[in-house]
Design a protein around this ligand. Structure first.
Ligand code: HEC
Length: 143
């Protein structure tokens, strides 16, 4: 009995640490939901929706880089999301590693047609991004 419990616990730990799976993304998204709401609808004028525009962004190289840097470095406006202007400020989501950034972005763009974000891809965007502040990330939003 004890041994079986230990094996179960070890297996659970491996899953949590080793895979950026859909479930991780939903869990990590809880910190985003404080502003963007649980369903991603956002709050008009304050917190943009994470719906159709993020799925479009995930379909282009420049958009994918922008999405990753928004999470890693934060973003401040002016940006336009679903036709509405935002001039707010999203703080960098510090403490998320590459696998966690990939997982939460995959959660946000789920249902779209873009290929999945991988930890390796995120690491590439993170490299050399330390000098970017939130305003610089805002200027990277593809028009
Ligand atoms: C404290 C509130 C807050 C939290 C927490 C937060 N955001 Fe944001 N987010 C914002 C604001 C505000 C903006 C718009 C900034 C502006 O007006 O320039 C934004 C913008 C964005 C954008 C740009 C959308 C676009 O179409 O250009 C993305 C993507 C995004 N957030 C994803 C996330 C993800 C993923 C998380 C969680 C890991 C998260 N945000 C957590 C407040 C937040």
């Amino acid at each position: 009995m004890m041994r079986r419990l230990a094996i179960l616990a070890a297996t659970a730990g491996l899953t949590a640490a080793g895979h950026a799976d859909a479930q991780d993304g939903a869990t990590i998204y809880k910190r985003c939901a404080a502003c963007h709401l649980a369903n991603g609808a956002g709050v008009p004028g304050a917190f943009p929706p994470l719906k159709t525009d993020v799925r479009k962004l995930a379909a282009t190289p420049a958009g994918r880089r922008y999405l990753a840097l928004v999470v890693i470095r934060g973003v401040s406006g002016p940006i336009t999301v679903e036709g509405k202007a935002y001039r707010g400020m999203m703080p960098a989501q510090a403490g998320l590693n590459d696998a966690q950034v990939a997982a939460v972005l995959n959660h946000v763009v789920r249902g779209g047609s873009a290929k999945a974000f991988t930890p390796k891809e995120i690491a590439g965007y993170r490299a050399g991004s330390a000098a970017l502040n939130s305003a610089a990330v805002g200027r990277l939003q593809p028009k």
